[in-house]
Design a binder for this molecule. Structure first.
Ligand SMILES: *Cc1c(COP(=O)(O)O)cnc(C)c1O
Length: 438
């Protein structure tokens, strides 16, 4: 109104029309990348800003481009500076570049179920399955489903529906977000027979519980808690001596022993100790895509693979591609983060802290503990270090673009670079400088 009174054009009258804007070459390119609905929605909110006098009519296209998201999905890339290597809230394992390229290559039409030589149908994902079997020579057969929970569901359904699974009372585990493994198992129609006590379960407890209804013994590796004190448990070799099938849910997805994590059970060891089936996740310490990996004897894996439910749990071509590249390609980021020498991390942290101090930001390098996280090795701290900042940075960095996630400890924001691939150090420097300027 004031502007109209002063004789200036009313911005509300000069709002460019939606049709004209959507036909702008720059916005047409954005539509090709992000879809019409997304661009149209952004155009409408910028038009609203023009009506309110917050954007000049001639700046509309630039404002729309600035407001559009970087990609068509709402999932935003973030920097994991938490020091938690497998962070459930941040999507667990980040894929290696080789896995990302394999996913891109498989994303169009691909020969996932076709033998190009013969022109006949071929076993779905055969090269990924063969890579998995070669990675674990002790496994007669392998199968891949959607995630660890799906693998447990399939094992319980195919081997124990209407029958009993023996499970130690010390292994009634909640894996996160309220999900409990024993409830998942009973949802399949199997019954759980509780064995022993919370802190002590002996072989004799299992032996006493075996009956005609017993389908298998389940051993769940504690991947997110530790029990200390007056404890006892029956190991896999002892359980195998009872002559019943033993299923080991190891969680972490280590295929072979990892010297840095001596308490973490791996697939090869579990098989050699007598487990008939071993179940693990693909996106924990293996560092691959979300998947449920199943290893075992030909007969048992085949019963799972042939069960009708297997079709509902099968993985897509993108998972198969990423899994194979994780197994055959260079060391994935999870393993790099696990093995990163402390001296290298200290050097990178000192460099980042010095750059920040040169801009007047209160930054020091402090000792910190990194952890494996949701994927395993509970109670194991990895000596690490972090750049400590005033705590106010936490919110500004988390809501910045790209978001940087650290953790607040004792009144300081800690940025641990262990899980940040080195080129990310510059992005973190820039993000902190932006946050300081805001
Ligand atoms: C993580 C985990 C699961 C569940 O695996 P998802 O891949 O998350 O479905 C099951 N059991 C154990 C011991 C685990 O650590």
């Amino acid at each position: 109104m004031d502007q109209a009174v002063r004789g200036e054009p009313d911005p509300r009258r000069s709002v460019p029309s939606t049709a004209v804007l959507l036909d702008d070459p720059l916005l047409r390119a954005a539509i090709a990348r992000l879809g019409r609905a997304m661009v149209k929605k952004t155009v409408q909110s910028v038009q609203q800003a023009v009506r309110q006098g917050n954007v000049k009519p001639q700046d509309v296209v630039g404002a729309v481009l600035a407001a559009l998201p970087g990609q068509a999905s709402g999932l935003r890339p973030v920097h994991n500076a938490t020091g938690v290597i497998v962070h459930t809230n941040l999507g667990r394992a980040p894929l290696s570049r080789a896995a990302v390229e394999a996913v891109a290559a498989a994303s169009g039409c691909t020969d996932v179920e076709l033998d190009l030589d013969s022109g006949r149908r071929a076993r779905r994902g055969r090269s990924a399955l063969s890579a998995l079997r070669h990675a674990v020579p002790g496994a007669q057969a392998v199968h891949v489903v959607n995630n660890g929970a799906a693998a447990l569901t399939l094992a319980a359904t195919a081997l124990a529906a209407g029958r009993e699974i023996l499970l130690s009372r010390g292994e009634f585990v909640e894996i996160g977000d309220g999900f409990r493994i024993h409830e998942l198992l009973t949802a399949t129609g199997a019954r759980i027979r509780e064995v022993g006590t919370t802190n002590r379960t002996r072989l004799s407890d299992y032996a006493a519980a075996v009956g005609p209804q017993t389908a298998f013994i389940l051993k769940i590796h504690p991947s997110n808690f530790v029990v200390r004190g007056f404890t006892a448990e029956a190991g896999l070799p002892e359980l195998a001596s009872l002559g019943l099938p033993v299923v080991a849910d190891i969680g972490s997805g280590l295929l072979a022993p990892e010297p840095l994590l001596p308490d973490e059970l791996d697939v090869s060891t579990a098989l050699s100790e007598g487990a008939g089936l071993v179940i693990a996740s693909g996106d924990k310490l293996l560092g691959g895509p979300q998947a449920g990996l199943i290893f075992g004897t030909e007969a048992e894996v085949d019963r799972l693979r042939r069960h009708p439910l297997a079709r509902a749990l099968r993985v897509d071509k993108l998972t198969l591609a990423a899994l194979e590249a994780t197994l055959t390609g260079p060391e994935p980021p999870v393993r790099q983060a696990l093995r990163l020498p402390l001296a290298e991390l200290e050097e990178r942290s000192e460099r980042l802290a010095a750059s920040l101090r040169s801009h007047g930001i209160d930054a020091q390098v402090v000792a910190a503990d990194a952890v494996v996280g949701g994927g395993g090795a509970p109670g194991t701290a990895l000596p690490s270090c972090a750049v400590a900042l005033p705590p106010d940075f936490a919110g500004a960095l988390r809501t910045g673009t790209p978001p940087v996630i650290g953790r607040v400890l004792h009144g300081r924001l800690l940025l641990d670079l262990r899980c940040v691939p080195e080129p990310g150090d510059t992005h973190i420097l820039e993000a902190v400088l932006r946050a300081a300027g805001a």
